[in-house]
Design a protein around this ligand. Structure first.
Ligand code: GAR
Length: 200
């Protein structure tokens, strides 16, 4: 089982860190994880180095991003690609190269409060505007639309009276870390440890 984490340009990297930590402690049965980041000078890359993860620098702004990403995933024999803070749509070539093997995390209970432009604080603002009593996070399969793939795992928490987008985000973030690890464990259990590649 080989796993890769694709982080975004802001690259805070807290979900990536939770995944690397779970690989290190054996909670996720993967031979470490490859971290793919758009640039070197973001916090996620520093954290990845501390964990001794392999790192590939590849920006979605590059002309051959799709082909290069597919080549990296193949060369590294990656079974599962996890998006963590990567906020762009993935090119179709990448989706086709990794069928049912790309996950993303979203900081709300999809199918509500997702879609283009819905990330970070905007998601929590929308939840509060809609006067929801609960929120949470969702790990879902990635397809050609924003936040629309099949849901794999969700975790819930209450929205408290007086919550601000920031307090809600702070309650949900640790839940995201737990949710992503559990979702990956479920994916591995559902697909078998050897995964898709074993039949090739
Ligand atoms: C996370 O909160 C994740 O749910 C969100 O980006 C953040 C990345 O943080 N993703 C989206 O909103 C996707 N629509 P991290 O870099 O600390 O993992």
């Amino acid at each position: 089982m080989r796993l890769a984490v694709l982080v975004g340009g802001k690259g805070r990297g807290s979900n990536m860190k939770a995944i690397l930590h779970a690989c290190k402690t054996g909670r996720i049965p993967s031979e470490g994880a490859l971290v793919i980041a758009p640039k070197d000078d973001i916090p996620a890359v520093g954290i990845a180095r501390e964990y001794g993860a392999e790192i590939a620098i590849l920006s979605p702004k590059e002309q051959h991003f799709a082909a290069d990403l597919v080549a990296i995933l193949a060369a590294e024999r990656i079974d599962l690609l996890c998006l963590a803070g990567f906020l762009k749509l993935l090119p179709v070539e990448v989706l086709q190269a990794m069928p049912d093997s790309i996950l993303n995390i979203h900081p709300a209970l999809l199918p509500k409060f997702g879609g283009k432009g819905m990330y970070g604080v905007r998601v929590h603002e929308a939840v509060l505007r809609a006067e929801q009593l609960e929120s949470g996070c969702t790990v879902h399969y990635v397809n050609e639309q924003f936040d629309e793939g099949a849901i794999l795992w969700q975790m819930l928490c209450p929205v408290e009276p007086g919550d601000t987008p920031e307090t809600l985000a702070a309650r949900i973030l640790p839940l995201e870390h737990e949710c992503y690890v559990e979702a990956i464990r479920k994916w591995i259990a559902d697909h078998g440890k050897a995964g898709r590649k074993a039949s090739m």
